[in-house]
Ligand binder design. Structure first.
Ligand code: SF4
Length: 376
C-alpha cells in the first residue's frame, strides 16, 4: 500500500512566514496541470504497482485549481494507478475558496477530506500573518463543508505569534472545538530564513515569544484538546476517534509514497527523491523527458535514523523488534542504551516491554530525545 502526494505550487499571495515553494502567477495553472499529467505517466513506475491507499493534494493552495483542472488530474490518476477501496483523498484549501458548489465538485471527484489553512480565528493574527481570509470566512468554510456532509476536516493552526497570550490561544482553540472539527494540526510559528517574517525579526520589528511562553502555549494546546476528547497521536496532531490523518500516519510509519509537482518528495524504502523547487526547471525536465530530480540512496544508518525520527513522534512509538529485524541487533542495543537516561527520568516509557514511546513530559523535549537516539 502506498500514497500519492501532489504539490500544487500556486498561491494568490504569500504569507508572512511561509518558505514553501509556490508561485503567485496563477495564469500558468493550465500548463502546470498538463505537465503534472505527463509526470504521472513518466513516474508511476516508482511505486512498482503498489496499490494507492491515500492521495494528498497539498501546496501551495490546491483550492486554486478549478473543478475541471482537478478532474483532468483525477482522470490521469485513475488511468495510471491501482486504487484501493475506501481511500483517503485529501485536498488542502484556503477558507475563502470554499463555497458549496466547489465542495460538491470536490466530493464528486472522490475527495473525502479537506485540510484548511485556517492558522487563526483571530482577525489581528490573520492580518499580521498576511493570510488572505478573515475569521468569518474560516468559520463559514467549516460550516459549509459540514452542511454538505463533508465532515472529515482538518484545520491547521499556528501558535507562538509575537505577543500571543495564553488567553488568546485558548480562544482560538475554543473556536475550533465549538466548530466540532475532528482533526487539528497545530504548529509553532517558525522564523524561517529568507521569509519576510525573518527580515522583520532581524530588523527588530517583531520579537519571538520566549521559550517559557512557547512551552506554556504548547501545554495549553495539549491540555485543552485532550480534555475535549481529542487524541494527541503525533507531536503536532490531534484527532477525534477514527479521524487520524491516514496519509501522514502512513508517512510516519515508513509507508512508500510518490510525490509529483515541483518540490515534491518521494520515498520507496531504499531511496529518497525530490523534484526541483522551481516550476520552470520541473516543467522543462518533463518536456525534455529528463526529469529534474535529485536522489539520495539511504544507507542502513540513515534508514535507522529516519525510523527513530518518524516513529517516536507518534503514539505508536519505536518498536524494538522492528529495529532488530530492519536494522540488526547492534542498533537495537544502541537505541536502548541511549534511551536509558530518558527512561530513568520518565520522559520515555517502555510500553509492553518492547516499544519506546514519549511520555507526556518527554513530548516537551522530544527533539533532544530523538537526536540522542540517532546513530552517528
Ligand atoms: S497559502 Fe500556504 S503555501 Fe501559500 S504562502 Fe500561505 S502558507 Fe505558504
Amino acid at each position: 500500500m502506498a500514497g500519492l502526494y501532489i504539490h500544487v505550487p500556486f498561491c494568490k499571495k504569500r504569507c508572512l512566514y511561509c518558505d514553501f515553494y509556490s508561485n503567485t502567477d496563477i495564469t500558468i495553472k493550465g500548463a502546470y496541470v498538463r505537465a503534472l499529467v505527463r509526470e504521472m505517466e513518466l513516474r508511476k513506475v516508482y511505486l512498482k504497482e503498489e496499490v494507492l491507499e491515500t492521495i494528498y493534494i497539498g501546496g501551495g493552495t490546491p483550492s486554486l485549481l478549478s473543478p475541471s483542472e482537478l478532474s483532468v488530474i483525477f482522470d490521469a490518476i485513475h488511468r495510471h494507478f491501482r486504487l484501493a477501496d475506501n481511500m483517503e483523498i485529501t485536498l488542502e484549501a484556503n477558507p475563502d475558496d470554499i463555497n458549496k458548489e466547489y465542495i460538491h465538485a470536490l466530493c464528486s471527484l472522490g475527495i473525502n477530506r479537506l485540510s484548511m489553512g485556517v492558522q487563526s480565528f483571530d482577525e489581528e493574527d490573520l492580518l499580521f500573518l498576511n493570510r488572505r481570509h478573515t475569521r468569518t470566512q474560516a468559520i463559514q468554510a467549516v460550516r459549509r463543508c459540514q452542511e454538505s456532509y463533508l465532515y472529515n476536516i482538518n484545520i491547521d493552526l499556528i501558535y507562538g505569534l509575537p505577543g500571543q497570550t495564553v488567553e488568546k490561544w485558548e480562544n482560538n482553540l475554543a473556536e475550533a472545538i465549538r466548530l466540532d472539527i475532528p482533526h487539528l494540526s497545530a504548529y509553532h510559528l517558525i522564523y524561517e530564513e529568507g521569509t519576510p517574517l525573518y527580515r522583520l525579526m532581524e530588523a527588530g520589528r517583531v520579537m519571538p515569544v520566549s521559550e517559557e511562553t512557547s512551552l506554556l502555549l504548547f501545554r495549553t494546546l495539549i491540555d485543552t484538546l485532550t480534555t475535549e476528547g481529542y487524541e494527541h497521536y503525533e507531536i503536532s496532531n490531534f484527532a477525534r476517534q477514527g479521524h487520524y490523518a491516514r496519509h501522514n500516519s502512513a508517512y510516519w510509519q515508513g509507508g512508500h509514497y510518490l510525490g509529483l509537482g515541483p518540490a515534491a518528495h518521494s520515498y520507496n524504502g531504499v531511496e529518497r527523491e525530490w523534484n526541483a523547487s522551481s516550476l520552470s526547471a520541473w516543467e522543462e525536465g518533463i518536456r525534455a523527458d529528463k526529469l529534474a530530480i535529485e536522489q539520495e540512496p539511504l544507507d542502513m544508518n540513515t534508514r535507522y535514523n529516519d525510523y527513530i525520527v518518524t516513529r517516536l513522534r507518534t503514539k505508536w512509538g519505536v518498536r524494538l523488534p522492528e529495529i532488530t529485524s530492519f536494522f540488526g541487533e547492534e542498533r537495537t542495543a544502541y537505541c536502548l542504551r541511549m534511551a536509558q537516561k530518558y527512561l530513568a527520568q520518565g520522559k520515555l516509557i517502555l510500553r509492553s516491554g518492547d516499544t519506546l514511546v514519549l511520555s507526556r513530559e518527554g513530548i516537551f523535549v522530544s527533539d533532544g530525545i530523538m537526536s540522542d537516539l540517532l546513530f552517528v
